[in-house]
Design a protein around this ligand. Structure first.
Ligand code: ADP
Length: 187
């Protein structure tokens, strides 16, 4: 199998994952799931989902979308570092940035599952549309949904940013390092 190379412009963030990919051969029976999102920043709801996924799949790749159109508060490199810091050590979880089509990213990493979170009915319509489009673009990749613990069903990155910006306490919603980063960025 030819070595996989990091996507252009994302060499630093993707190098670890792509070097790991060298040992994955086409005949592998591992189930690799990709959990894509903006993660601006990672919340305890995201972490809850990743921990659940790590118990189900052989390998989980947290794929952080550059997503410049969303004008993220944190740069891609910052979001990667915050996710890595918040997750600690989960041996079968990797973190990678990407700015390509998710279907292409999944194929390059031999992922067969795209993982998304459903918090409430309000998430459903967009997620259903996204899953349909991804099925069209990558017919062999299944979108699967997980729900977080009840305590995180109301949690979103944008709400956390809004509360932090107004001086509210977000310590129950994000990791300490994320809280510190929010304070630094928003003060
Ligand atoms: P995106 O811009 O792709 O929506 P997000 O980082 O906001 O990126 O979300 C990534 C995924 O994580 C989405 O499927 C979203 O529904 C899910 N998600 C976000 N917050 C939570 C939460 N508190 N609990 C469970 N899933 C969540």
């Amino acid at each position: 199998m030819p070595p996989l190379t990091p996507a252009p412009g994302l060499a630093a963030s993707c190098r670890t994952v792509c070097y790991d990919c060298h040992i994955i051969h086409p005949e592998t029976t591992m189930t690799i799931a990709i959990y894509p999102g903006t993660f601006d920043p990672i919340t305890n709801g995201h972490t809850d989902l990743i921990q659940r996924a790590a118990r189900i799949f052989d390998r989980v790749i947290v794929a952080i979308a550059a997503n410049p159109k969303k004008a993220p508060l944190f740069t891609l490199a910052e979001r990667i570092a915050l996710v890595e810091g918040a997750l600690g050590t989960l041996p079968n979880v990797e973190v990678c940035g990407f700015d390509s089509l998710l279907a292409d990213f999944a194929a390059a990493h031999r992922a067969t599952v795209i993982l998304r979170g459903l918090r409430a009915v309000s998430d459903f319509e967009y997620e259903f549309q996204l899953a349909g489009m991804n099925r069209r673009l990558a017919p062999n990749v299944e979108t699967m949904f997980l729900t977080p613990a009840e305590t995180y069903t109301f949690l979103s990155s944008s709400l956390v940013k809004e509360v932090a910006e107004l001086g509210g306490d977000v310590s129950a919603f994000v990791a300490d390092k994320v809280m510190a980063a929010l304070h630094n960025r928003l003060r």
